[in-house]
Design a protein around this ligand. Structure first.
Ligand SMILES: [Zn+2]
Length: 423
């Protein structure tokens, strides 16, 4: 573990706010669908977005303004396209450039099973850069000489600029400078829209009104140990008290979270802000890892308290145990399984999650006792991020028989922390 990870996990085990935020399932913590400039993508965003929209009203007002702006920006952009670009010429160039491709695809499709072969080709070529560019060149999309991404980007850039000159209507060229402002307005609008959407996600998970100040202190902590980094992603500020376009803008800044608040120069009210911070890559990787961040937090805790253990102990073909604790004779005396679930699901779903976790261990043990009979009796601990008392009680009483027979205990994060400290 790197120093920064250790600092973070130390905070995790000693700061309740850190636990509250980072012990939730990755889909609750990070936005998993991000609107980029051209497309909506499914992936986890490597950022945390801070905002003062706990005054929800200003958030709603801004969202409404953004909608109106969206209609306006797209309208202007459509006008600009027909004014500055020669659509007939664009069509001719595309036909010239990709005519061969379209023909080849048509021929391949007409052969029997052709579409299937093409699909397989695409899938297999995605695994290697070289194969991908070979495929693109087979379909006359790129010249044969291009075999790497770098070459491709250079090629695409020159291609684009050569043709761009043909696309633009010369007679309107004098006005083109204005449209550059329009393009930047479009870009800024997209960026703002992206942040507004993110805010809806983060206000629920990162804030609740009564501990707003505490949370900012906590984020200052994260900032100081560099788990979140400023100066990378663009932020948005706007006065929602003044009429639209009185005071707003996109800023890049590297400021600690508790200093983000600024006042409107016109009305002196606090500006509404949405400020994304880049998440440290390692911590991000831990969050999106299939075992979840809690797995790494527990690894840190065991190391810190000098436990001897094996991580991800595997027994082919299909058994993997998260942590196996070892005694002085290097014999396993306890198994720890880490289970992160979505905490915003109905209670019976959460109970179902625990039921499944127990039955998974049970099945693994049934196989393991064939190799080592003592696996049935050694202690098994399930550590879960679920915190609802009713859920935990219900699961424990419903599963009582199995828990006893297989010596399984279910721990919350805090209970497990107490247990590790005691031993
Ligand atoms: Zn104002």
């Amino acid at each position: 573990m790197k120093v920064i990870d250790k600092k973070f996990y130390h905070l995790f085990w000693t700061d309740k706010t850190c636990q509250d935020i980072f012990a939730v399932h990755r889909t609750q913590l990070l936005e998993d669908e991000v609107e980029l400039i051209v497309t909506r993508e499914k992936f986890f965003a490597q950022r945390l977005v801070l905002t003062n929209s706990q005054k929800r009203k200003s958030g709603t007002k801004l969202a409404k303004r953004t909608e109106n702006e969206s209609i306006e920006v797209i309208h202007n952009l459509q006008n600009a396209i027909s004014k500055y670009f020669d659509e007939e010429r664009i069509e001719t160039v595309i036909k010239n450039k990709f005519g061969k491709t379209i023909k080849k695809i048509e021929t391949d499709f007409s052969k029997s099973g052709g579409w299937l072969k093409l699909l397989l080709k695409i899938i297999s070529s995605l695994e290697s850069e070289e194969d991908l560019f070979k495929l693109l060149s087979d379909y006359h999309l790129t010249p044969k000489e291009i075999t790497t991404k770098e070459q491709f980007f250079k090629y695409a850039e020159t291609e684009f600029t050569t043709h761009l000159k043909k696309f633009v209507k010369n007679k309107n060229l004098s006005e083109l400078a204005i449209s550059i402002d329009l393009v930047s307005a479009y870009y800024n609008h997209k960026l703002k829209n992206n942040l507004v959407t993110a805010t809806k996600h983060y206000t629920d998970i990162l804030y609740n009104e009564d501990n707003y100040k505490n949370r900012l202190d906590f984020f200052d902590n994260l900032y100081e140990i560099e788990v979140i980094k400023g100066g990378v992603l663009k932020s948005y500020y706007e006065c929602v008290n003044c009429p639209p376009n009185s005071y707003n803008g996109i800023l890049t800044m590297n400021i600690k979270p508790s200093n983000l608040a600024m006042k409107c120069p016109a009305c002196k009210k606090e500006l509404y802000y949405i400020v994304p911070y880049e998440l440290n890559k390692t911590i991000y990787n831990h969050i999106v890892h299939k075992d979840g961040l809690l797995f790494f937090a527990i690894e840190y805790l065991l190391e810190r308290h000098n436990y001897k253990f094996i991580k991800n102990n595997t027994f082919p073909p299909d058994i993997e145990l998260d942590f196996s604790l070892l005694n002085e004779d290097d014999l396993v005396y306890e198994i720890i399984e880490v289970k992160m679930f979505k905490t915003d699901r109905p209670k019976d779903t959460q109970v179902g999650n625990l039921r499944e976790a127990v039955s998974k261990i049970k099945n693994a043990i049934k196989k393991l006792v064939k190799i080592a009979p003592n696996y049935k009796t050694i202690q098994k601990s399930i550590v879960t991020n679920l915190i609802d008392n009713i859920v935990l009680k219900t699961a424990k009483s419903e599963l009582e028989k199995d828990l006893k027979e297989y010596n399984i205990d279910i721990y919350t994060i805090n209970d497990f922390y107490q247990k590790v400290k005691k031993n």
